[in-house]
Design a protein around this ligand. Structure first.
Ligand code: NDP
Length: 261
């Protein structure tokens, strides 16, 4: 029997208790990794870890607010104590917001950057140098199609995700000769709470019905459908495998062909 590809590897997934993060946590556990799912109050991550442990995987959960250096340090301490070395970091925690420029507030701009950009930086800094020291590691940053193109009303979100992509490319270059790869996944609309909230916002602003509101966001997507979180998770797991060692500094679109640049 061939061993699952990530047996012996340990992974940290930020925002790993729900949505795309939960799908990635499951996929990495399926691939044999020991996983540490983090969520802000630990409750969703704890439920998921319990489910994974019940089915025979090795899973942990802890609280982590990626915007707070102390919280990231405490999470890294928990990881070291319970999982030992960390081989894989998935920077998935994210926040979205839409507003036309004249309604964009500085407070929301700062909140978005704190989660999407500063959170990615803090967690990468907490784990990637040790990966370089041990000579093997994988960092997967969940960016967005908004990291690669400009769209109406999402200037703060797109700017933050462009920053994630720039950061990804720089750290990939920095780590390239140390056995560590750093890549970004750039999804289109995924079927999670984040997209449900987008649809709710459209409903409240336009008075459209739910189906019409959903159709209005799907009309720009070539496949006219939401991406399933498991599609993101499968690519994240692939990037963490040995055979992906040559994939570095890339922005991998999972958007049905929406961005073709
Ligand atoms: P959800 O809104 O469903 O979940 C957001 C996740 O981020 C939750 O796990 C949440 O944790 C976590 N999170 C938010 N703020 C913080 C914080 N300060 N500290 C730690 N964790 C935090 O989003 P998705 O699952 O859809 O999104 C996951 C990632 O994918 C994000 O980076 C998002 O930008 C990106 N993405 C999503 C797309 C989509 O269409 N849904 C498209 C493209 C990219 P908690 O459980 O504690 O709330």
């Amino acid at each position: 029997m061939i061993a699952p590809p990530l047996v012996g590897r340990s992974a940290v997934i930020t925002g790993g208790g729900r949505g795309i993060g939960a799908a990635i946590t499951r996929a990495l556990a399926d691939a044999g990794a020991t996983v540490l799912a983090c969520s802000r109050d630990a409750s969703t991550a704890t439920d998921l870890a319990a489910e994974l442990n019940d089915r025979g995987d090795r899973a942990f959960a802890t609280a982590c607010d990626v915007t707070a250096p102390d919280s990231v340090a405490a999470m890294a301490g928990y990881a070291a104590e319970n999982l030992g070395h960390i081989d894989i970091l998935v920077n998935n925690a994210g926040r979205a917001h839409s507003a036309p420029l004249h309604h964009q507030t500085l407070e929301e701009w700062n909140r978005l950057f704190a989660v999407n950009v500063t959170g990615t930086f803090l967690c990468a800094q907490a784990f990637a140098p040790a990966m370089a020291q041990q000579g093997w590691g994988r960092v997967v940053n969940i960016a967005s199609i908004a990291a690669r193109t400009g769209l109406r009303y999402v200037s703060a979100y797109a700017a933050s995700k462009h920053a994630v992509l720039g950061f990804t490319r720089c750290i990939a270059a920095e780590m390239a000769d140390r056995g560590v790869t750093v890549n970004a996944i750039c999804p289109g609309y995924v079927d999670t709470d984040m997209t449900t909230e987008t649809v709710e916002r459209i409903i409240s602003k336009t008075g459209l019905g739910r189906e019409e509101a959903l159709a209005s966001i799907l009309q720009t997507t070539p496949q006219r459908r939401l991406i399933d979180p498991d599609e993101i998770a499968a690519v994240a797991a692939m990037l963490c495998g040995e055979s992906a060692r040559g994939i570095n500094g890339q922005a991998i679109g999972i958007d049905g062909g929406e961005f073709l640049g």
